[in-house]
Write a protein that binds this ligand. Structure first.
Ligand code: HEC
Ligand code: HEC
Length: 467
């Protein structure tokens, strides 16, 4: 690696034998364009990878030369959503050079839907995903939290998808929802604590978003402070750690993008960009993260003949059909979505409570240490675990439920040794699982993974990053 040029304050340019990485920083809500920063790289009849990071989404002119004196324009490209990658192949022999050149007078590239985004000609089907039979009847039917005024439409969720992946939603255009809710991790964050737009983090783990549509209690976040999914989506945008944006600034910024006015018009019938529409579209997209194609789902349909003996043992333990005592997992993580219907719970992680959870919002002592019971769908992909990400793997979670539940005044009854009516509550349950039983529970939890969700193009990043 050789540094040929020291960049000006606005750009960082590094040179490799076959790759050129150009980082143009842009701070604040009005990105400062880098002034005429040059990049240079050499390749001998081979391929060169160009990579531009530019939160300001400016246009760049790529030029090439064989003698560093005369330069020919290769293309004038625009960065969309912060980064651009392109492979150039040079068939001529000898040295060849490329540079990326910024020209304020040539910021002319369009920001149209076709230029900026890679959307299918006909919108993906979000409105009517194919669901297993158990989703069409109670209890799951009644768990659906889609409100009457925000039914998911194909074009509404398409807009939501673009918003979800767009770094413009953060004040310095560096963080999108997907920075912390990553598709490969079932829309959770592999980091214990997500990092926001200015590099700092909050005290909780970003949980996965699979099947949020079927959280009957509706309330979202670990402490359930957002009454609906529609309300929830506006929290991270304004959160001073996460995205640091104001809603007024956001609507102005989006309204200035031609492709957004098109997407809003398609979704809502007029091009107006409003806070309410942003919330509706984001909620539609989150409700489209439907996971129904796991090994477990196949098992429901064929009486679990597709399961190994170990997975079936784990299933019987999970549903309390065997064990001494039978594990109570399904009492809280119930139905084929592995969520409770109506209760808030404390699962005995700690006492005193480091994080008051729901009690911190309601002020009720009896709700200190209570947290949302998240769905266990795709749980193998959403490590680390619990509101504070304290467990790095599922074996640790199972060992916690086996031997580590901490007594506290708000510990939920299913996790206590039962006592006769009128008697004081029993001590925390100890499951006495053997090593084989613990491994079987983990094997069962692994059957809840749905690889379709993590690769589904309709849930993926729609921006045009060059190649
Ligand atoms: C900087 C990281 C970060 C960003 C950006 C972010 N989130 Fe989150 N998200 C989190 C964390 C952390 C939590 C859990 C916080 C809590 O419960 O207090 C969370 C929780 C959620 C939940 C609650 C899920 C549930 O089951 O209760 C939803 C839904 C969600 N985020 C959607 C979004 C959307 C939509 C965006 C973009 C507008 C977004 N997030 C941006 C980190 C982030
Ligand atoms: C009394 C209700 C209750 C029971 C019974 C219960 N859980 Fe939980 N579970 C919770 C709550 C509440 C949380 C979230 C706690 C937190 O983060 O503070 C949770 C979290 C989890 C998580 C982590 C989820 C995530 O996204 O980080 C896993 C995995 C889990 N439970 C598995 C199990 C298994 C396996 C069993 C049976 C051995 C079980 N649970 C029994 C209430 C329960």
């Amino acid at each position: 690696m050789k540094t040929i040029l020291k960049p000006n304050r606005a750009a960082v340019v590094t040179f490799f034998a076959v790759a050129l990485n150009l980082t143009a920083s842009a701070a604040g809500s009005a990105p400062v364009p880098p002034s005429a920063s040059l990049g240079l790289a050499q390749t001998n009849g081979g391929a060169m990878n160009l990579s531009i990071s530019n939160a300001g989404d400016q246009s760049w002119i790529i030029q090439s030369s064989s003698d560093l004196t005369s330069w020919a324009e290769v293309e004038n490209l625009r960065v969309y959503n912060g980064s651009y990658h392109r492979n150039y192949t040079n068939t001529a022999s000898g040295s060849w050079f490329y540079r990326a050149y910024y020209d304020a007078a040539r910021q002319t590239n369009a920001s149209t839907t076709t230029e900026a985004l890679r959307l299918p000609a006909t919108a993906f089907n979000y409105a009517a995903p194919v669901l297993p039979p158990s989703f069409a009847v109670n209890p799951i039917l009644a768990e659906d939290n889609t409100p009457a005024n925000n039914a998911t439409t194909d074009l509404g969720a398409t807009l939501g998808r673009v918003l979800f992946y767009d770094q413009r939603l953060s004040t310095n255009q560096t963080i999108s929802c997907a920075s912390c809710h990553q598709q490969t991790h079932a829309f959770s964050d592999p980091r214990r604590f997500s990092v926001g737009f200015n590099g700092s983090n909050g005290p909780r783990h970003a949980m996965g978003l699979s099947n949020a549509r079927w959280y009957q209690r509706q309330h979202f976040f670990w402490d359930e402070r957002a009454a609906t999914l529609e309300e929830q989506t506006l929290h991270p945008i304004q959160n001073p750690i996460e995205m640091g944006m104001t809603l007024d600034a956001l609507t102005l910024r989006l309204a200035a993008e031609p492709f957004y006015t098109n997407l809003f018009a398609a979704a809502f019938g007029s091009p107006d960009v409003t806070t309410n529409r942003i919330a509706l579209a984001l909620a539609q997209f989150v409700r489209s993260m439907v996971s129904t194609q796991s090994k477990y789902d196949a098992g429901v349909a064929n009486n679990f003949t597709n399961f190994t003996a170990q997975e079936n043992l784990g299933r019987q333990l999970f549903f309390g059909q065997t064990g001494n005592p039978p594990p109570p997992c399904a009492i809280c993580h119930g139905t084929d979505n592995f969520v409770p219907t109506t209760t808030l719970n404390n699962n005995g992680l700690e006492f005193p409570y480091v994080d008051p959870g729901v009690g911190g919002i309601t002020g009720l002592l009896a709700q200190n240490g209570l947290f949302k019971v998240p769905s266990l769908r795709n749980i193998a992909l959403t490590a680390p675990y619990m509101h504070d990400g304290r467990f790095t793997n599922l074996a640790q979670v199972v060992e916690f439920y086996n031997s580590g539940i901490v007594d506290n005044p708000n510990l939920s009854p299913p996790l206590r040794v039962p006592t006769p009516p009128g008697q004081p509550p029993g001590p925390p349950l100890r499951l006495n699982l053997t090593a084989d039983q613990k491994a079987a529970l983990v094997a069962f939890l692994n059957t809840l993974t749905d690889t379709n969700l993590v690769t589904d193009p309709k849930l993926s990043d729609p921006f045009n990053y060059g190649n």
